[in-house]
Ligand binder design. Structure first.
Ligand code: LMR
Length: 328
């Protein structure tokens, strides 16, 4: 049966070089939406696949499906609850229909940098969030880092007023909708795989993302430029279903979770560097990157930060305080 599942996956997605799964091996399908190289998530997923297939050979076989080739982020969690996919790492902005707790990660200017995100996630409050969707059938396993978000559009963005009247693609998060409305933009929720085409065709004028996503999906080719705002973060939850995790033999589960934890430590430590390299790649490919003075950046903070009050009840005042402490 397991072998059949593996063969079927190869048949449906011929462009993906799936690992050869042997008879009797448990198949772990990992679906994600980004590119594989030069990307914090892509590299981490590939390393996980490599290690599971080497070290758990005979017991388990992992197949990674990147670039939305198996599921978009808006479909993957339902597919997981159906048992059609075992692992995913959607950004924390994509869990809104399961929990409101992750809204803290979308609040603009909440975290100064990825180190602060890491500190907060490793606090008791952050670790408790891994279990926040158990009742809905999902189990968080690890947080994976991407990095700080930048703003891009079809025209230069220097002051928040420049964004007024523009249509912005956002991830499916009401916090991000409120953030774009706060600068006078018209936000539109859209799957990651649709963004390049939407920017190219003018369905939307702009978007926000990390250097690695802007480079990996070539958004810079269809934008006037990117403004280095560092106004928010994109981070991920490596997630599985409670049912699947419970179904594993204890030794298999322990080995898998140990490998996952080691991959997490190694790759999270490299995420900032991976994004810096992607930024350099954008410049080398002719992309325009604009810097803000302290005063100009303050104008973006003043425009966006009032959004916090609207979501204080969802995320909890004590979590906002803990996040702010992590910035110190
Ligand atoms: C996005 O939708 O912009 C990101 O969440 C994509 C990703 O997985 O980094």
């Amino acid at each position: 049966l397991f072998k059949m599942a593996c063969v079927a996956a190869v048949a449906f997605v011929p462009s993906v070089a799936a690992a050869a799964c042997d008879d009797g091996e448990m198949v772990i399908k990992f679906s994600h939406v980004t590119n594989t190289d030069k990307h914090p998530k892509g590299i981490a997923a590939s390393l996980l696949e490599e290690r599971v297939n080497a070290e758990m050979n005979g017991k388990a076989c992992m197949e990674v499906f990147p670039n939305s080739t198996l599921y978009n982020d808006n479909k993957v969690l339902e597919a997981m609850l159906q048992g059609d996919v075992q692992l995913a790492a959607p950004s924390l902005s994509k869990f809104e229909t399961f929990t409101k707790q992750f809204r803290i990660f979308d609040l603009p200017f909440m975290f100064a940098n990825v180190e602060a995100v890491d500190t907060f996630q490793n606090s008791d409050a952050g670790q408790a969030m891994l279990d926040s969707m158990q009742k809905r059938g999902l189990q968080g396993l690890e947080f994976w880092h991407n990095g700080m978000k930048q703003m891009s559009a079809s025209k230069p963005l220097i002051t928040p007023a420049d964004a007024s009247g523009l249509k912005f693609r956002v991830q499916p998060s009401d916090v991000l909708v409120a953030q774009m409305e706060a600068i006078g933009g018209s936000p539109q929720k859209m799957a990651f795989s649709e963004v390049y085409g939407a920017l190219q065709q003018g369905v939307v004028d702009g978007q926000e993302n990390t250097w690695s996503n802007i480079f990996g999906k070539k958004f810079f080719e269809v934008q006037d430029g990117i403004t280095e705002t560092n106004h928010g973060i994109i981070d991920y939850l490596v997630v599985t279903s409670v049912d699947w995790l419970d179904s594993l033999d204890a030794d298999v589960r322990d080995q898998f979770l140990t490998i996952l934890d080691e991959v997490t430590q190694v790759r999270n430590a490299e995420s900032t560097q991976t994004n810096e390299a992607a930024k350099a790649d954008i410049i080398a490919a002719g992309g325009e990157i604009r810097q803000l003075t302290d005063e100009q950046r303050q104008a973006w903070i003043d425009a966006m930060k009032p959004v916090w009050t609207k979501f204080e009840g969802d995320v909890g005042k004590e979590n906002i305080e803990a996040a702010q402490k992590a910035n110190a």
